[in-house]
Design a protein around this ligand. Sequence first.
Ligand code: ADP
Ligand code: MG
Length: 247
Amino acid sequence: MNPALSVKSLFVSYHGNEALKNVSFSIEQGKLVGIIGPNGAGKSTLLKALLNLIPKDNGEVQIYGKSFNELRKSVAYVPQRSNIDWDFPITVLDTVLLGTYPKLGLFKRPKKSEKEWALQCLQRVGIAEFSKRQIGELSGGQQQRVFLARALAQESEMLFLDEPFVGIDVSSEETIITILKELKNSGKTILVVHHDLSKVSDYFDQLVLLNKELIGFGDINQVLNAEVLAKAYSGEFSFLDKLGVKV
Ligand code: ADP
Ligand code: MG
């Protein structure tokens, strides 16, 4: 069977500066995968390039052996919270309803059944009571839950989340990771950009360790060793100290 996601020889640059160099890996269906690496390593760039939100200089991305464009509706994306305009005037429920649009098709307005579905998704993330609020009136953790609910509403096969745990409360983090594990157990494939190394072995099955190039890829214990981490985080040894890794 084809892997859920395969990335071959991906190169991305911004105005001639290389952000990703020759990145290749493939992920089986039903894995919860962490993308880790220091600031500026190209983690967000990787997700955006996979999603065709930015141009690639080179590389091929396939989902279940098909081109990304053919199956783009089957991928939900939760961008970095800092990149979302939280002043945009939209309610929590309408934000989640946006998740139903790809299936609904162009020019069709959501009906009662879509609204009920959006509410169920809000219930699952534990914030149905805030459905009528403006998104700007929520805490960081609640905002992140709204975007997860939107991704759930999309009923996608694959989820990409960019730093979902940054700036949120502990209980939101627990709710989100629990839902991600449930989704994985139901066969969804999930990529999460994450920078807090201390929790990676609780959270993920596999890691993609990036620093412009692919430094490591595989099961947690293959990637979380001193040699590989030192290569990725050279100059950032405080990270390794936290993990108790000697370099
Ligand atoms: P990460 O998410 O790992 O912190 P990014 O993917 O955001 O890293 O960025 C990778 C590199 O590309 C960084 O050096 C960053 O400054 C640069 N970069 C990211 N986005 C842009 C952009 N829109 N224009 C120019 N350079 C960018
Ligand atoms: Mg980033």
